[in-house]
Design a protein around this ligand. Structure first.
Ligand SMILES: NC(=O)c1ccc[n+]([C@@H]2O[C@H](COP(=O)([O-])OP(=O)(O)OC[C@H]3O[C@@H](n4cnc5c(N)ncnc54)[C@H](OP(=O)(O)O)[C@@H]3O)[C@@H](O)[C@H]2O)c1
Length: 259
């Protein structure tokens, strides 16, 4: 790769927020962004886990800070942005990754299931994106927002109505906010992972049902974290400077399964 190509991926001088960085995909995204040169703000509720991640990033020569943030609480979100802005400057890259799963049959789902699933997976993405973009606009800073949706935002799945509805909402939120924010040099895109083993689904993929499920789908396996690295980096960095408003599946072809 030549120097000009490498430079488009360089995030030096940028401050990048990753929500839900205390485990799974979020911890991986935080490491990737720090390896590309960004100062990473690792946010979640479990601060002990964030501190281990920050130490891990520091040990490999990166810079990260741990910030407690409950994405469902607007005071917590604003306080975290204030703290970071005072010490690091304006956040210009946001990865809206915090998410929860609470599978149930459509007919059995409750008001509580809806609020839990849709608040964290959809409303919080709106809350954090709005806070971040208002600050970027006020400071005249260009930016990139990457919303972590799912292939379930693009295709239905049994027992996942609430999660899939929220993730589909994230895609429409992505397109609409991209449409309003392009004039401020803020790009907004969605990444739609297929299945990657994390705490959100480990029990299922360890079960016989999970093993059998994987045998039947393209690509007949789970994704590996590294397979999300360059898609995330492309959307977050200037490598994706002419890309806004897309929903990019990273699923080994799972969505092209024959119906
Ligand atoms: N794994 C997959 O196969 C897959 C596929 C498609 C999409 N996704 C999406 O990828 C994202 C990450 O999921 P994952 O698989 O890495 O799951 P995970 O390991 O369970 O991580 C979820 C993260 O979200 C955070 N979180 C949950 N509620 C929060 C809240 N109220 N405030 C702040 N942070 C909160 C958790 O941190 P705390 O509990 O410490 O707050 C945790 O760090 C989710 O949006 C998920 O829907 C995952």
């Amino acid at each position: 790769m030549n120097d000009a190509m490498l430079k488009t991926l360089d995030l030096s001088g940028q401050v990048a927020l990753v929500t839900g960085a205390s485990s799974g995909l979020g911890a991986h995204f935080a490491k990737v962004l720090s390896q590309a040169g960004a100062t990473v703000v690792a946010a979640a509720r479990r601060i002990d886990r964030l501190e281990s991640l920050v130490a891990n990033i520091a040990a490999t020569g990166g810079k990260a800070i741990a910030v407690e943030m409950d994405v469902n609480n607007s005071d917590s979100v604003v306080a975290a942005f204030d703290t970071v802005q005072a010490s690091e400057g304006v956040i210009s890259i946001v990865v809206n990754n915090a998410g929860v799963a609470d599978p149930s049959r459509f007919i059995d789902s409750t008001e509580e299931n809806w609020d839990f699933t849709v608040d964290t997976n959809l409303k919080a993405v709106w809350r954090v994106s709005r806070e971040a973009s208002a600050r970027m606009i006020q400071a005249g800073v260009a930016g990139s927002i990457v919303n972590i949706s799912s292939i379930l935002g693009l295709h239905p799945s049994a027992n996942n109505t609430l999660y899939a509805t929220a993730k589909a909402g994230v895609i429409q939120l992505t397109k609409n906010s991209a449409q309003e924010l392009w004039r401020h040099n803020i790009r907004v895109n969605a990444l739609c992972p297929g299945y990657f083993e994390t705490e959100i689904n480990a029990d299922f993929f360890k079960s016989e049902k999970g093993v059998q499920y994987l045998k039947k789908i393209p690509p007949r396996r789970l994704g590996q974290m590294d397979e999300l690295t360059m898609p995330l980096l492309m959307l977050a960095s200037n490598a994706g400077s002419f890309i806004s408003g897309i929903a990019l599946p990273v699923d080994g072809g799972h969505l092209v399964q024959s119906l």
